[in-house]
Ligand binder design. Structure first.
Ligand code: BGC
Length: 945
């Protein structure tokens, strides 16, 4: 199967099982199969499909050997078709093929893929949890807050030697850790996952990974091993002072099962048990927040190959005979995805260097060390920004973010930590032994390896830099969970940040499986009364979630349904969604969400504005009730749908009654107040124009500047553009004075800052108590860049981009813009350019999909494709005048339309009820766990070295 699109025959491609390509180790009993479609021919569509499955690829061609034959199904759908074959067996590969029929009912192409099950039943597990035997260990000092040493002692180097009479035909390793681990087999690293098993609510679900290790095994002696460090299990997590076992446990442990199959059908199992041994190795300590210390003098070559000397080797202890709640990893693991070389290396003393990678990124450094004597120790400190030419690290709070290397005395040694990660653009290498060549150091970027699916670009370099900053913020903060920031002692799965950014994230990457998995932790964190928590997994912050935070539990499943057609995540989350809304209603019988039993952050990090909390909360209450009603409809639960529709109407009435004046003023008069009311459709239609005027007046009164925090920011440009003021949306996009995206870029930002005033000319650095330079929330404008600036959107009732709404919006100083998105159904593209007095719009619509293109022209007869009137061209269904200009209706295919430019869309949008992207925030009335933001530090800026 090739994935190169093109050709006039309808073709399925990018076959996926449970939203991943060829996954190894699935444990879904009825995995869902999907494919995308491609075809150059206009109007191409799938009219039917047939799925067949077999044990071997060749059997797919033999009807007698099929395990499952769906038969021909008359359906245009290729998304998430549930397995309907025989009950799946553990540890078995299933090959499947889909063949499709085109719109004329003619057979078209077929494509193949496979998936493999993991260990489906508890009884499949023979392995037990092993780790360091606490008996006979030197006592661990009571942990101190400032002590970077791991509470459980040095990381574990575990091994088990075993013999194989011959080479296997197939071998799989199923492994996981309480901690983070790197599996080893015969001296080689197994797989390329980083920070496995990732982070989940470990007491509810702990993920195991599956590796194909057939090629690593040999006849004779073999060694299976692993290095295991504290990770999220027993290391520092969040901003709590360290206590042993504060979150999950006080020491790391490992569990693995190697299943080896031979040609004669026999099987050999090697599982963790009391026969394993444990020793200490070169990794002396490793902590996600503090950093890692490797002492190469401890390295014992061959520790993970057969026959290694047993010095210092002890038997492990069986720490727990019960494997616990193991689940197969359902999404893409964290991986190193690219390397970034330095842009500058500055020597600051005989042994001290500052290295600039030119990009605020997340990962760690690989350093080649030359000519260091045994015992020579160097340190690598990380920072996002410089102050006065030196690393500015105050904003890391308790995170040491320092890696230490002690040389072993070899002429050339390579140091790269494996069980920690940092957010940084700059490093300081302290006590480097000699000259540092630029080629000796490289930054290795790691994140959850969600496939990158989106591309946006336009004629304005500043806007392109904004898109780049947004993308880097996404890369750096999608590390096992969607985190708020990657550098300080926090890195938590804050719910509002995630729901605000999810629409943007799903433009850039395929985050379907990532968010669906995280939603299990959001739901798992809900209390018996229906309250979600601010963060998932639940650590550091245990109170009930704030408005706009807890609502992520409703908004994200809905977003996944709309974007990816994932009905299952909606079904699975539905009771929790209902319970959350019911929880708010129970505590607020008059339907104004005033009585908050948990946190409240308001429009978090707004500037010079104070959106009343009750306005914000009640708006979100209405939104959640509305989305629960919509979800109930999708799930065919009419009674719940009706109940929540009525509840939504009643909350909306209460909102109007309490917070909306007769002149359209929304209480508080803030931008975010108006944005929420307009975006969520809370106003009586007759007051909408007045509310828009108030919003516009506030923005214009500030010199075309925003005042929104997390909650409002993502709504600004969409609401302005949809209510006849795209010019003002562009003015905000291009604004370079404080506060704006442009201001941060003008001052060197390469990621999205947590706060508009992270650093300002007038105030220097904001309080170090809370000042990250890599938070994605304020980057939630990215959805609008794709959705309006380039023009890729879907119609209000459409699911997974079945009915495209392509609304290119020329404006500002842009001459052109374009975006491509690999959607769940296939490639969608939209772009525009202005030349002379004409606008050219390009559009790509996947097979089976339709598009409504809103062309910003008033000349319905002037719309052409090539030399012909557009209406005469194949695939063009209609060219009609519309309030927004001219509407062109298209079937699938690629088009290049042109028209006289003019009359840019200024009609009221029809899209207000579509689930618009929402953002989040708070004012500083309630003490933040990290302490209130103090006055800005006046030290000088980053500004390069
Ligand atoms: C986090 C945010 C979060 C906020 C809630 C901050 O410390 O970094 O992203 O949403 O707290 O108040």
């Amino acid at each position: 199967m090739t994935d190169v699109p093109g050709g006039s025959v309808l073709r399925p491609y990018d076959l996926q099982t449970e939203q991943r390509r060829e996954p190894l180790g699935l444990d879904e009993p009825c995995p869902r199969l999907s494919w995308k479609l491609d075809c150059d021919r206009r109007g191409a569509a799938q009219s039917g499909y047939r799925i067949t499955a077999a044990a071997r690829p060749v059997d797919l061609d033999d009807p007698a050997r099929l395990l499952w034959d769906s038969g021909r199904r008359e359906s245009g759908e290729g998304l998430l078709v549930p397995w309907d074959g025989p009950v799946l067996q553990s540890a078995t590969r299933y090959h499947w093929r889909v063949e499709v029929w085109d719109e004329a009912g003619a057979p078209a192409a077929a494509a193949r893929s496979w998936f493999e099950t993991g260990l489906l039943y508890r009884a499949d597990w023979a392995a037990v949890w092993v780790g360091r035997d606490p008996v006979g260990q030197p006592p661990v000092d009571p942990p101190r807050d400032d002590d970077p040493a791991p509470p459980g002692g040095a990381p574990l180097f575990l091994r088990r030697e075993f013999d194989l009479a011959r080479r296997p035909v197939r071998a799989r390793l199923y492994a996981t850790a309480r901690g983070v681990y790197e599996p080893r087999l015969n001296g080689a690293r197994v797989g390329d996952a980083e920070l496995a098993p990732g982070w989940t609510e470990y007491h509810q679900r702990l993920q195991y990974q599956t590796y194909d290790v057939t090629e690593l095994l040999r006849e004779g002696a073999n060694v299976l091993g692993a290095v295991v460090a504290d990770g999220w299990w027993s290391g520092h997590v969040g901003f709590d002072p360290r206590r042993p076992a504060q979150h999950y446990g006080d020491a790391p442990a490992f569990l693995a099962q190697l299943v080896v199959d031979f040609a004669d059908g026999s099987r050999r199992l090697v599982a963790t048990d009391a026969s394993w041994t444990e020793e200490q190795g070169a990794t002396r300590s490793a902590d996600l927040l503090m950093g890692e210390h490797v002492d190469a003098r401890w390295h014992r070559p061959g520790w993970d190959t057969p026959g290694a000397a047993p010095d210092g080797v002890r038997r492990v202890a069986v720490l727990d005979p019960d494997p616990g709640p193991l689940v197969a990893e359902p999404d893409h693991p964290v991986r190193v995805t690219r390397e970034v070389p330095p842009v500058a290396v500055h020597q600051r003393g005989p042994h001290r260097f500052i290295v600039d990678f030119g990009q605020n990124l997340v990962g760690r450094v690989r350093l080649t060390v030359r000519g260091a004597a045994a015992g020579w120790q160097l340190a690598i400190r990380h920072a996002e920004i410089l102050g006065g030419g030196e690393l500015y690290r105050d904003n890391l709070r308790r995170a040491e973010a320092t890696d230490v290397y002690t040389a072993g005395g070899e002429p050339t040694e390579v140091f790269e930590p494996r069980f920690t990660y940092h957010g940084f653009r700059y490093i300081e290498i302290d006590n480097h032994p000699g000259d540092l060549a630029g080629t000796d150091v490289v930054a290795r970027v790691l994140h959850s390896d969600t496939p990158w699916t989106g591309h946006f670009e336009c004629s304005d370099p500043m806007v392109n830099q904004l898109q780049s900053n947004i993308s880097w913020g996404q890369r750096g903060n999608f590390v096992a969970v969607p985190t708020d920031c990657p550098q300080r002692d926090e890195r938590l799965g804050w719910l509002a940040d995630a729901q605000i950014f999810a629409p943007t994230a799903s433009r850039n990457a395929d985050v379907a499986a990532f968010f669906a998995r995280w939603m299990r932790d959001v739901v798992g964190g809900q209390d018996a009364g229906g309250a979600f928590r601010d963060v998932a997994p639940v650590v550091s912050i245990r109170r009930e979630a704030a408005p706009a935070w807890g609502d992520a539990g409703v908004i994200i499943p809905w977003h996944l349904w709309r974007t990816y057609g994932d009905r299952e995540v909606l079904r699975r989350s539905f009771d929790a969604m209902v319970a959350w809304v019911e929880h708010i209603r129970r505590h607020n019988p008059d339907l104004r969400w005033r009585h908050r039993t948990g946190n409240s952050y308001g429009d978090w990090l707004q500037v010079d504005a104070s959106t009343p909390r009750d306005v914000l909360s009640t708006a979100y209450f209405a939104r959640s009730a509305q989305l629960v009603a919509a979800a109930a409809e999708v799930l065919d639960r009419p009674a719940e749908a009706a109940r929540h529709r009525a509840l939504h109407a009643a909350i909306r009435a209460a909102f109007i009654d309490s917070y909306v004046a007769a002149d359209g003023t929304v209480e508080g008069g803030t931008q975010t107040g108006y944005l929420l009311a307009l975006a969520f459709g809370l106003l009586p239609p007759r007051l909408v124009p007045a509310a828009v005027r108030h919003l516009v007046a506030d923005i214009e009164g500030r010199g075309n500047r925003l005042s929104t925090g997390f909650v409002g920011v993502g709504l600004l440009c969409p609401v302005l553009a949809d209510h006849g003021r795209p010019d003002l949306a562009y003015a905000l996009l291009h604004q370079e004075e404080f506060p704006s995206w442009g201001y941060t870029i003008r001052h060197g930002a390469t990621t999205i800052w947590e706060r508009w005033d992270g650093w300002t000319e007038h105030g220097g650095f904001q309080s170090a108590a809370m000042n990250s330079f890599n938070h994605y929330s304020l980057g939630s404008v990215g959805d609008w860049l794709f959705g309006r600036v380039a023009g890729i959107d879907q119609a209000p009732g459409s699911v997974a981009y079945r009915e495209l709404l392509l609304r290119p919006l020329p404006g500002g100083r842009l001459r052109w813009a374009r975006a491509t998105q690999q959607t769940a159904r296939g490639t969608v593209a939209c772009g525009w350019s202005l030349a002379g007095d004409r606008i050219t719009v390009t559009a790509t619509v996947p097979p089976g999909c339709t598009a409504v293109v809103e062309l910003p022209t008033s000349d319905v007869d002037g719309v052409r494709e090539g030399d012909a009137p557009a209406g005469d061209r194949p695939g063009v269904l209609a060219v009609e005048p519309s309030p927004a200009g001219v509407t062109v209706r298209l079937t699938s295919g690629s088009y290049t339309l042109s028209a006289p430019a003019g009359a840019p869309a200024d009609g009221e949008s029809t899209n207000q009820l579509a689930p618009v992207p929402l953002p989040a925030g708070r004012h500083h009335e309630e003490a933040h766990p990290a302490g209130p933001a103090g006055p800005g530090d006046r030290s000088r800026p980053a500004g390069g070295l």
